[in-house]
Design a protein around this ligand. Structure first.
Ligand SMILES: Nc1nc2c(c(=O)[nH]1)N[C@@H](CN(C=O)c1ccc(C(=O)N[C@@H](CCC(=O)O)C(=O)O)cc1)CN2
Ligand SMILES: NCC(=O)N[C@@H]1O[C@H](COP(=O)([O-])[O-])[C@@H](O)[C@H]1O
Length: 306
């Protein structure tokens, strides 16, 4: 067995298993060979009042998870060599992104899919108008584009029924609104329950609803004297900005901020927050509390939520 490296890892099982708990360390299975033993083995653990420290022989440790089992007589420590191990067995998701403007969130999401951060792929862009930055980026990347809805200015736009049918035909798992400025129809809401997210540039429910979009939001925040703002990511229901809040991030409003300066500061946090949330969504780490509030389970520790 390779020289063991002391890897002081800690996990706080909750509830604390009793002293008789037997811990199992599960390593990624080595390349299959007739002699390879099972990848699980017991290991010696010190157990203090709240923490368990353990030795493990990591292949190349990046992530350690403490998983409680239903059986309080045993808790499992998963020493994983990389993210893939922790998401192995989870299917890559198909994403549809909806835009109306510049598309910087769309670009950020697409890049995170390409670089492996997000366990998913953008399979279609839906734009409210052909002539927007998001559509330009999709054309540059060779992504399919649909225009929705059909309007006088966009006669090639499709109907709600065709939108749903096309997304279903593409086997889209999640719909991500990223600066989309039209009302999502009830047909799509019903076809994709708990599967449509939107990002809004204020801390909802403040500064949300009809008429609250883009720079209008930042101007209203500054005019109100609010000292804090920030992006909100929420599930989409039939009305503007009233769906269940999933994630928020606080951004300071500075005394001499212009709306443009504030918008830029919030947008940077949007890019980071949306990629983090979509990563969790595609890794099936969204959990719905009994009161209907969605929360995100930590990747590193299955007992932590945000
Ligand atoms: N069913 C839903 N559809 C949409 C939601 C939602 O929560 N439920 N979110 C919006 C995005 N959004 C805020 O995050 C938002 C976008 C646009 C408006 C708005 O007032 N739009 C104007 C039209 C603007 C235009 O066409 O240029 C309007 O309806 O009069 C408010 C909030 C996306 N869809
Ligand atoms: N109410 C919806 C709304 O105002 N959305 C906002 O539009 C901008 C789109 O930027 P992007 O096109 O560069 O991603 C983003 O700031 C997003 O929060």
């Amino acid at each position: 067995m390779e020289a063991q490296r002391l890897l002081s890892g800690f996990c706080s099982p909750s509830p604390i298993p009793n002293a008789r708990t037997q811990y199992f360390v599960r390593f990624p299975s080595p390349s299959p060979s007739p002699s390879s033993s099972s990848s699980s083995s017991t290991a010696s653990f010190g157990q203090s009042h709240r923490w368990v420290s353990f030795k493990a022989r990591p292949l190349s440790t990046k992530l350690i998870q403490c998983r409680n089992t239903a059986d309080t007589e045993r808790a499992e420590v998963v020493v994983s060599s990389d993210k893939q191990d922790l998401t192995s067995g989870i299917r890559r998701k198909k994403l549809a992104v909806f835009v109306s403007g510049g598309g910087s969130n769309f670009r950020s999401i697409h890049e995170a899919c390409l670089n492996g951060l997000i366990l998913g792929d953008v399979v279609v862009l839906v734009a409210s108008k052909q002539g927007c930055g998001g559509a330009d980026y999709a054309r540059e990347k060779g992504l399919p584009i649909m225009v929705f809805p059909k309007t006088k200015l966009e006669p090639d736009g499709i109907s709600p029924a065709d939108l749903v049918a096309t997304l279903r035909g593409l086997e889209v798992d999640f719909v991500l609104l990223a600066g989309y400025l039209k009302l999502i129809p009830v047909e799509l809401i019903q076809a994709y329950p708990r599967s449509i997210l939107n990002i809004h540039p204020s801390l909802l429910p403040a500064f949300g609803g009809k008429g609250h979009y883009g720079m209008k939001v930042h101007k209203a925040v500054i005019a109100s004297g609010a000292r804090y703002t920030g992006p909100t990511i929420h599930f989409v229901d039939e009305h503007y900005d009233t769906g269940r809040i999933l994630a928020q991030r606080v951004v300071p409003v500075l005394a001499k901020d212009t709306a443009e300066e504030l918008a830029a500061r919030v947008l940077r946090e949007e890019h980071s927050l949306y990629v983090e949330v979509i990563t969790a969504l595609c890794e099936e780490r969204i959990v719905w509390r009994e009161d209907g509030v969605p929360i995100i389970r930590s990747k590193e520790n299955l007992n932590e939520y945000s």
